[in-house]
Design a protein. Structure first.
Length: 155
């Protein structure tokens, strides 16, 4: 019975240490990403290399004034961050349509030719990103909100 209780306590303590190491590790990554952002503003997907691990981070910047609540803003940021990561990993299909319209106006004094062009670019992507986790969110200057997701990538 003593052996069983000792084993359970040992396993619990061991799991607690692993969990706290993960939390400390994630917090240091979060601090690093925030310092990196404050030094040079960026948005999109980046790869970070640690001594032992590689991480994919997806950074989204939103204007706080466009959203009625912080909950909605966080959901939108989460979807955008996952979308960016999916585009980065799975690629995307880009198509372009160019429409050129020419019209001519004639009068006794002069002929005017008006040319208008309209370019439409479509991007589509599909994929599944498994295991993206919330890393950090913080307020930035100009009433902006920065949201970061991350995923550990196997070396």
């Amino acid at each position: 019975m003593r052996y069983l209780v000792f084993s359970i306590l040992f396993i619990f303590k061991f799991n607690s240490q692993i969990s706290s190491q993960t939390i400390r590790s994630n917090q240091s990554i979060a601090n690093y990403v925030k310092r990196m952002y404050e030094e040079s503003k960026f948005e999109g997907v980046k790869l970070l290399n640690d001594a032992t691990k590689n991480y994919l981070i997806s950074v989204v910047i939103l204007d706080k004034g466009k959203y009625s609540s912080e909950s909605i803003m966080s959901r939108v940021a989460n979807v955008k961050a996952r979308s960016q990561a999916s585009n980065f990993i799975n690629g995307s299909n880009i198509t372009t349509d160019l429409l050129i319209v020419t019209s001519e106006t004639k009068s006794k004094e002069k002929n005017d030719i008006i040319t208008k062009s309209n370019e439409i670019i479509h991007e589509s992507s599909s994929g599944f990103i498994n295991g993206m986790e919330f890393l950090i969110s913080f307020d930035a200057e100009n009433n902006q909100f920065v949201y970061v997701l991350f995923k550990e990538i196997k070396k």
